[in-house]
Design a protein around this ligand. Sequence first.
Ligand SMILES: Cc1cc2nc3c(=O)[nH]c(=O)nc-3n(C[C@H](O)[C@H](O)[C@H](O)COP(=O)(O)OP(=O)(O)OC[C@H]3O[C@@H](n4cnc5c(N)ncnc54)[C@H](O)[C@@H]3O)c2cc1C
Length: 596
Amino acid sequence: MNHCDIAVIGAGHAGTEAALAAARLGSDTICFTINLDAAGNMPCNPAIGGTGKGQLVRELDALGGEMGRAADKCGLQFRMLNSAKGPAVRSLRAQVDRGRYRETIKHTLELCQNLRLKQAEVVSISGKGEMWELTTEFGERYRCRAVVIASGTYLKGKTIVGEASRASGPDGMHNSEPLSESLAELGCTLRRFKTGTPPRVNARTVDFSKMERQRGDEPHQVFSVDGSPQCSGEIDCWLTYTNERTHEVIRANLHRSPLYSGVIHGVGPRYCPSIEDKVVRFADKLRHQLFIEPMGENTEELYVQGFSSSLPADVQAEMLRTIPGLENAEITRPAYAIEYDCIDPTELSLTLECKALPNLYGAGQFNGTSGYEEAAVQGFIAGANAALKLQSREPLILRRSDGYIGVLIDDLVTKGTSEPYRVMTSRNEFRLLHRHDNADLRLRDIGYAVGLVSGEQYAKFEAKRDAIKREIERLRTTFVPPGTSVADLLKRPENSYDTLIAQLGLSLGLSPEVSYEAELIIKYEGYLKRQEREAEEFKRLENRKLPADIDYTAISTLRLEARQKLNAIRPENFGQASRISGVSPSDITALMIYCR
Ligand SMILES: Cc1cc2nc3c(=O)[nH]c(=O)nc-3n(C[C@H](O)[C@H](O)[C@H](O)COP(=O)(O)OP(=O)(O)OC[C@H]3O[C@@H](n4cnc5c(N)ncnc54)[C@H](O)[C@@H]3O)c2cc1C
């Protein structure tokens, strides 16, 4: 019998962060994966970040997570999305070298103290009193005090390409059937979700002269505030479009689409529709954008973003031949859909621990989300909490008022999700406070207090924070005739920090991060103050705890639906209770009176 403190099932984006967080907090950790060479694998777009997702990666980095550093190290191109819009919706996105990202993540896992990596499929999990017992495909048994399930799209994975389907994980790797049975026997509610990916083509067979070049930002920003090594960032992406001929091929073959023939049962992500879905749902659109993205520096494979599909392989080839630049493109991997099992996240608490199964945690796609970034932040929270609980320390709970990670987890465990959940800036009511540029100012204290940010990193952060404070103070207390503060001048839309400071000869040569933050805080002062008040109001309800053992069914002043929902979700405080669908404001009032 083998022993450890924490077992993490999965070395994907969730499993990696969970294993590193738990081991870095001193827990003896084992990370299992079906294929070690696929640690940190990107079975879909070779990119990190994007709208809302960029904020997640920055928040994870501020807390001491790994994804941001790895993305900076393996980035091929960086772009700040929505840079022409307000700061609340600007998000960094990096095209990443898929092969190098896997190597980087695998090596980071191998170098981590207290962490053992195992290539073995876990085929069963059972509770033994305070302990969990795992058995692998090789018959080895492991006894551990806590488990994090980060099984991604592998649980009863089934890949579908037209009429062809088979039990499989992504990228041809074998799936994981028995663990799904084992979790169901433990009483976990498992649902069937689906996602899809587009074809890959060989660059040698693509005519780029018929496409628009998409360059990265130069100079470009990076994800990690710890200034990890940067890559060239000068590899281009390309833009082309579908057209009416493409749409005709799709319409003519909808009868062979597993999506429309009923072969696919799993629920797919509304915000990542397949191309056939787009053609059907947006029939009036004459063309759909396709971004042709590099998958790495040492490969000719290209990712056709926006062309996810599960139509038969021959139809995919026919569709590609209608697209400018792809007329002769050779498909290296066909597009496919994958169905898989995942848990109902309302069975989890804000620490991502199973309410009914102590010391069992869920993270990533297994929790009903879609996306590397969403997976990584959940892995971090689950892994850290598994270790903190074993060490009888305060749990790491991030609230909606703390950032996107808090919004994501609260949405999952309080409202649940009926399709793969992905983060968007519109989901965050405090998005002006939770910007891409201030993740460290919001969360680095927490990462340091938990013990996942080093003293050296923290000292560098404190220096930056103090420099921002000093600069804001300087701008507010420096006056120019006839007695206007520089800060008031800066509030004028026509003035920007760089031009104004240069004009007034007040430059101190501060870093772009410090001057950007000082400018933003001064220019958006009014809006920021209002959101801060809203966040304070939110925290007031959030801090009103609800007893853990309350019997909601016995509260006659609550409506029946509210009694049932409250009993199922068992919210930790009044704020969370008020966000449960089916619980009305009058129910909250009745509950307050009852609790008083
Ligand atoms: C076909 C496809 C299309 C996708 N499309 C999109 C998209 O359009 N947009 C988007 O945002 N995201 C998409 N994704 C999702 C994205 O890949 C995942 O969100 C992300 O990889 C999830 O990370 P994860 O860590 O939860 O799981 P994964 O990265 O899938 O990692 C799961 C890990 O668990 C391990 N594992 C599973 N079962 C066992 C077991 N029994 N024993 C041991 N190890 C086990 C695996 O070996 C692997 O290491 C897609 C994924 C796929 C496969």
